[in-house]
Design a protein around this ligand. Structure first.
Ligand code: ZN
Length: 300
């Protein structure tokens, strides 16, 4: 599929199991079929069972073997539709919405969404250039009339200006935790790191990152300071507001346990907001991901 996807094209192109399989085959084996076990390329098709048989090692497999679709009883057109919906809705979609739109049970919808989110995870990519870092708090129940918030989860946002956004759930908010998150997500060649005046960022950010560190003093009402570059954390803060609208409007109350999955979904969509091939690229992720078992997701 060379062109970008829209809903009409999706419904037309992926209306049957066979159409979906053919598309997945093209994504998985762009240079022709090869055996997942021995990489052999002489493969016979067992059409009746939608399977392949490797002439070299006799391994029988399907386009779904070893992928996130493995063992799934859900029709592929529903997988495709759910993936499309999660990619295209700016603030995300709840399992309840997916349930209604696809006519599946809540449990199936919930599990489906979580598998798609798992495939969206970006790992190992580090940000560089000019990087803004800030923290925010998500969720939690309000208790008492003073509105004291319990069970809130901290999220560190790191945004490369003109580049990618990372949201990372922090187990706690102290200098060491925040520093470790920065070390994992920001390349040592970064030029400038921008934060607010919080003590969290008072450590030697430059010890490993020989970058310049600039901060704005929010408590003194300073949000932007013009130097040779614009000093602010406004772009990471605007990403936080999108995250909060997604959580309030779509997911209602995200459990802390699954917060990382929602953050993965949100950043994947955000980082691909100008990508006309987002659907195809997400499908490539699904093909490259191994299955996530339901029992793993629900276990504590
Ligand atoms: Zn083989």
């Amino acid at each position: 599929m060379k062109q970008a996807m829209d809903l009409m094209k999706l419904m037309e192109a992926f209306d049957t199991e066979a159409e979906c399989r053919e598309y997945l085959e093209g994504l998985r084996w762009p240079k022709g079929l090869s055996c997942p076990r021995c990489s052999g390329t002489t493969i016979s098709r067992i059409a009746k069972r939608d399977q392949f048989d490797c002439d070299s090692c006799r391994y029988q497999f399907s386009v779904m073997s070893g992928t996130i679709f493995h063992d799934s009883h859900l029709p592929l057109p529903k997988w495709f539709a759910a993936t499309y919906l999660l990619c295209e809705s700016r603030k995300g979609m709840s399992a309840n919405q997916i349930k209604r739109m696809l006519g599946i049970s809540y449990k199936t919808a919930w599990y489906l969404c979580h598998r798609i989110r798992a495939a969206m995870a970006e790992t190992g990519h580090k940000l560089s250039g000019t990087v803004e870092i800030d923290e925010t708090y998500i969720g939690g129940k309000q208790r008492g009339h003073k509105g004291q918030l319990k069970n809130k989860a901290a999220v560190i946002g790191i945004r490369e200006r003109g580049g990618h956004l990372h949201f990372i759930k922090a187990e706690d908010v102290n200098q060491q935790t925040v520093y470790d998150i920065i070390a994992c997500n920001v390349d040592t060649t970064v030029d400038v790191i921008m934060t607010d005046e919080s003590k969290l960022y008072n450590f030697q950010l430059t010890a490993h990152h020989k970058a310049r560190h600039e901060s704005v003093n929010h408590s003194a009402d300073e949000y932007v300071r013009q130097e040779d570059i614009t000093v602010s954390t406004n772009t990471v803060e605007s990403a936080f507001s999108l995250l909060k609208r997604g959580i309030v409007g779509t997911w209602h109350r995200v459990s802390t346990k699954h917060l990382t999955a929602y953050l993965q979904e949100m950043t994947w969509r955000f980082n691909n907001r100008k990508n006309p091939f987002l659907f195809r690229d997400t499908m490539l992720r699904l093909i490259a991901s191994s299955n996530v078992e339901y029992k793993t997701l629900i276990s504590a």
